[in-house]
Each structure stands twice: as C-alpha cells, then as structure tokens.
Design a protein around this ligand. Structure first.
Ligand code: IPM
Ligand code: MG
Length: 356
C-alpha cells in the first residue's frame, strides 16, 4: 500500500522521538512492501519561529491532504511568554479542530515488565490496569470563548465551556462502541453536581444507553474518578469524558501504568485520516540529550497503521517488538528500575528495530 504521512517533528526533545518512529515505519514498509512517503509539516514552536503563526493554513492543508498525521510534541519555555493565540498549543488545537478530530483515544495499560515503575502499591497493580480514556477533543472550554476584561479597575478573565447535544452524542457513541469491543463497561465522567454541561452529557448518554443494552453503564464525578484511578484502577474499562477532564485524567492514568513516556494516542473524526501522537509533552529539560523515551511515539505510529491504514498485522509486529525489548530489560531513564539496562533514545530505537 502507498500512504502519505504528514510528519510534525515538534519542539524541544520531540524531533528525537519522531526520528525513531520514522525508522520503525521505514522498516515495516520495507518488510511488507508498503511505500510510506513523508510530508514535513511545521506546527507549534517551529511554525512560530518560521512563520510567526503556530499553524499557518498552508501547513494545515498538508495535513488535510495526507492519509494521516504523525506528531511528536510541541511547546517549550522559548514560547511561553507569547499571547494565547500565538502559543504553540494553539497550533495543536487548530490542527485537531481543523481536521475535525473529536475522538481522542488514550489507552492506560500496565506493561507487566514496568509494574515496578508504577507509583501504585504492588497489590493494586496486581489487580490489573487496562482501560481507555475516550476524550472529547474539539469542544468544551478549550474551544469556548476566552476573554479578559477590565471590570471595576481589575482584570477579569472568562473561559466558557459550551457543549451541544450533537457534540456529546458523537463522542458518547464512540464511548459505547469502544466498550462493545472490550469488556463492555463504560463510565461517563463529569461534574454533574455543578455543571450544566455535565447534566446535558448525562441526558444524552441516557438516550444512547438504550441502544447499547449490553454495556454496563455508570457515571462518576471527576474528582472521585481522579481518586478511584489511583485507588482501584481495575474497575475501569472505558471512560468517556469531556475535553479538559480527559486531558487531566489521561495524564494520571498514564503515570500509574509505569511511565507517561509509554502512552500513545489516536485522534479520529468522521474519516480514517487521523492524528497520532504521544500524550506526553516535548520534555524541554532533556532536549538534545538523547534521553527521551521514543516508545509512546513509536506506539502512536503503530496505532496509525492499525486504525487509519488497516494494517493490523504490522501494528502487532511493532507492539511485539516493544514488548520484547522491555522483556530484555532495556529501559530509558523515565522507566528505569534496578537490574535493567539504561539506554538513550537512539539506542532504544535500535533495540526495537533489531526485533522487527
Ligand atoms: C495533551 C496536551 C495538550 C492538551 C496541550 C499541549 C494543549 O496536554 O495533548 O494532553 O491539553 O490537549
Ligand atoms: Mg495533556
């Protein structure tokens, strides 16, 4: 198969992981007779430096014309002082929304080899951690109105959090469909004791629930959920939630699995053209040091093969290679534990390639 992949190398440490993911994709292409061509796209800090804009239309157009987008991570201290609409993050938000990617899928699964690296007690980890956060990605407070006014001589900032029924319904449906393919348990996470948006979410979810009688459906307030994720994570199968709650809970969920450096994500909308990115940031503190863990980015590439290109066998091979490398005790610094071999970003890439 021929596929055109838009590649956003990202900021700070990010280009180091994208390089490794592309090596893995090239190896897979060679083994299976595929042709992957890469279109370089600037977004985030790199685009601000080049164009004064975190995502110019020309760059978004390249993504829209691609078969899917592979991204590392964007942002860093260099751009921190910029106004809200000129920050690297704004480019990412525009990309997600410009591509209509409303469904963000963030798996939290313990790798048995990394159980030691989980900050949770062994008896909690032993019960198993294997759930998915289905995060609404192009609505809510991220995309509501943002303003700062002067009222009575002081500044007042306002961020609004709108959700319409159709936005809730399409992501709610993804939640139910995802649960149907797994252990058939769905938990809607919200703040319905305080927010109107959450109460609307519940009303829409109750309507959908009738179409999925096999799914064991439940609801939980987000504060309680944050607690339950560290107290009893084995209770969760699929969590569906709004944009900002999903952002927060998915960081927590990833960390209990051993390292945030291991967690990939997919973002999809109405077509198979998706965005694949690690859920971690651009790690400015270790930039240029060959230290960042490339696995989340490599697994994101695997997710792209599986969900956008229908290359399930190829994705399985990448995941098996990662698994084998972990079995060998090879670790980057973020997930290092006693008795293992510490390697850098490039060497982790080498080790995974060697298993392919
Ligand atoms: C994420 C990130 C982004 C988000 C930032 C960089 C805007 O934290 O993908 O989780 O909040 O969505
Ligand atoms: Mg986040």
């Amino acid at each position: 198969m021929e596929k055109n992949i838009a590649v956003i190398r990202g900021d700070c440490s990010s280009p180091e992981i994208v390089t490794q993911a592309l090596r893995v994709l090239d190896k897979i292409a060679q083994k299976h007779g595929h042709t992957f061509t890469y279109t370089e796209v600037d977004m985030g800090g790199a685009a601000i430096d080049k164009y004064g804009d975190p995502l110019p239309q020309s760059e978004l157009d390249k993504c829209l014309a691609s078969d899917s987008v592979l991204l590392g991570a964007i942002g860093g201290p260099k751009w921190e002082g910029m106004p809200g609409d000129k920050r690297p993050e704004k480019g990412l938000l525009r990309l997600r929304s410009g591509m209509g990617l409303y469904a963000n899928n963030r798996p939290a699964k313990i790798w048995p080899q990394l159980a030691d690296a989980s900050p949770l007690k062994p008896e909690i980890v032993a019960k198993g951690i294997d759930f998915i956060v289905v995060r609404e990605l192009i609505g809510g407070v991220y995309f509501g109105e943002h303003r700062t006014d002067t009222v009575n001589g002081e500044q007042v900032a306002t961020d609004t959090m709108p959700y319409s029924e159709h936005e809730i319904e399409r992501i709610g449906r993804i939640g139910f469909e995802t649960a149907m393919k797994r252990r058939k348990k769905l938990c809607c996470v919200d703040k319905a004791n305080v927010l109107d948006t959450s109460r609307l979410w519940r009303a829409v979810m109750h309507r959908l629930q009738k179409e999925y009688p096999e799914v064991e459906y439940s609801e939980m307030f987000v504060d309680n959920c944050a607690m339950q994720i560290c107290k009893n994570p084995s209770q969760f199968d699929v969590i569906v939630t709004e944009n900002m709650f999903g952002d927060i809970l998915s960081d927590e969920a990833s960390e209990i699995t051993g390292s945030i450096g291991m967690v990939p994500s997919s973002s999809l909308g109405a077509t198979t053209c998706g965005l694949y990115e690690p859920i971690h940031g651009s790690a400015p503190d270790i930039m240029g040091q060959n230290k960042i863990n490339p696995i989340a980015c490599i697994l994101s590439a695997a997710m792209m093969l599986r969900y956008s290109f229908d290359m399930g066998a190829e994705a399985d091979e990448i995941e098996a290679a990662v698994n084998a490398v972990l079995d060998d005790g090879i670790r980057t610094a973020d997930m290092m534990s006693e008795g293992c071999t510490l390697v850098g970003t490039r060497e982790m890439g080498d080790a995974i390639l060697a298993k392919l």
